[in-house]
Write a protein that binds this ligand. Structure first.
Ligand code: SF4
Length: 365
């Protein structure tokens, strides 16, 4: 592994955020509860990752306590990042998990800096913070508490039902800062879900988590994405999925077609050739060569199909390609002071670009 044996103070420009400099305090752990998984515990130098200004991401800061993900989604766009560690984007991504065991301590130091602007922080944008490893390491309660105590709003996106463990804590912290929760639930057919997201809880278990969060007063979003061409994109499948999302108490859905970044495309196509060889030609047509996105015509067709269904089910919704608006101010709370204003440069630019005229309540997704 590229980072093993690095000298203290020696940086690696290709390392993942927070792992540029390692001091040799790396230990690798296997345990019978996690068959075929190795945890690489690292002492990270940073917790808050600044998203480059050129990024299309709608947030400026992220925290990723884990690298790699045992949820093992075949289509996972983060797979390629494992190659920076000289690990492969396939099975290694699913089983070689880097754990920033000191993330809370480092985060508290960063949040205490006078320069910290309390801009919204996104968790779950790269790898899943509530993957199974979180049951062993319990990093999220400390992260969430540190963020809330500093007056920093945050969002969590996950496929992990382990989120339920922390819902009472998050409901308490929500009194201090805005917290957005979202469950990623893309596949509602159990057989297909087990094939393409083999490490994830079932869709129903995730919907039950939506319900539990909604019952605690969260306006939960469901990320109904990626929608898989010819597998989950029929009107019937979308209608049935949205009915279940609505019944679970979700407030909104975010939808989008499958993206296939270069790091994941070969892995995905290998899976498709094995499980759905009849679709291989269709997918090669939709995602030819190095193309990442499905053609605009397909995405328009998909949006035209799903939007009326979202309205019919009484849900709010948007596409992952819609103009993005970020909160410009944290909701006042008992502990947040007037100086704790949430504002970001990209958020202001995005808001200015937004064509929507009716303001909606601040949200982080
Ligand atoms: S849960 Fe998210 S981060 Fe984990 S493998 Fe699936 S898509 Fe990737």
């Amino acid at each position: 592994m590229r980072w093993q044996g690095q000298q203290l103070g020696v940086g690696d420009d290709n390392a993942l955020p927070g792992m540029e400099q390692l001091d040799g305090l790396v230990r690798s752990v296997t345990t019978p509860e996690f068959a075929r998984v190795t945890f690489h515990e690292v002492a990270a130098r940073s917790a808050l990752n600044h998203v480059p200004g050129s990024s299309a991401m709608p947030f400026d800061w992220t925290i990723n306590p884990y690298r790699g993900c045992t949820h093992a989604c075949v289509y996972c766009f983060a797979r390629g990042t494992h190659e920076y560690l000289d690990l492969d984007a396939g099975a290694d991504f699913d089983s070689q998990i880097v754990v920033k065991v000191n993330v809370e301590e480092v985060l508290r130091r960063e949040l205490a800096r006078s320069s910290w602007g309390r801009e919204p922080v996104a968790l779950g944008t790269n790898t899943d913070p509530y993957q199974r490893a979180e049951g062993r390491y319990r990093l999220m309660p400390g992260i969430a508490t540190a963020l809330a105590e500093s007056g920093t709003p945050f969002s969590i996106l996950t496929k992990g039902t382990l989120l339920r463990r922390d819902l009472p804590l998050l409901a308490e912290l929500k009194k201090q800062v805005p917290i957005s929760l979202a469950l990623s639930i893309a596949v509602y057919d159990d057989e297909l879900q087990q094939a393409i997201e083999p490490g994830t809880p079932t869709a129903q278990a995730r919907l039950d988590t939506v319900r539990a969060a909604a019952d605690l007063g969260f306006g939960v979003q469901v990320f109904l994405m990626p929608i898989l061409p010819h597998l989950t994109d029929s009107s019937e499948a979308l209608d049935s999925a949205l009915a279940r999302v609505k019944a679970a108490g979700a407030a909104r859905v975010v939808h989008g077609a499958l993206h296939l970044r270069p790091g994941v495309k070969p892995w995905f196509m290998r899976w498709l050739a094995r499980d759905h060889p009849e679709l291989l030609g269709l997918y090669r047509g939709l995602y030819p060569g190095a193309s990442t996105n499905a053609p605009q015509a397909y995405r328009t067709l998909l949006a035209d199909r799903i939007r009326p269904l979202i309205r019919a089910h009484g849900l709010g919704g948007r596409s992952d390609g819609d103009p993005w608006r970020r909160p410009t101010a944290a909701a006042p709370s008992a502990t947040a002071t007037a100086s704790r204003v949430v504002t970001t440069s990209r958020g202001r630019a995005s808001a200015a670009r937004s064509i929507q005229k009716t303001p909606e309540p601040a949200r982080l997704f």
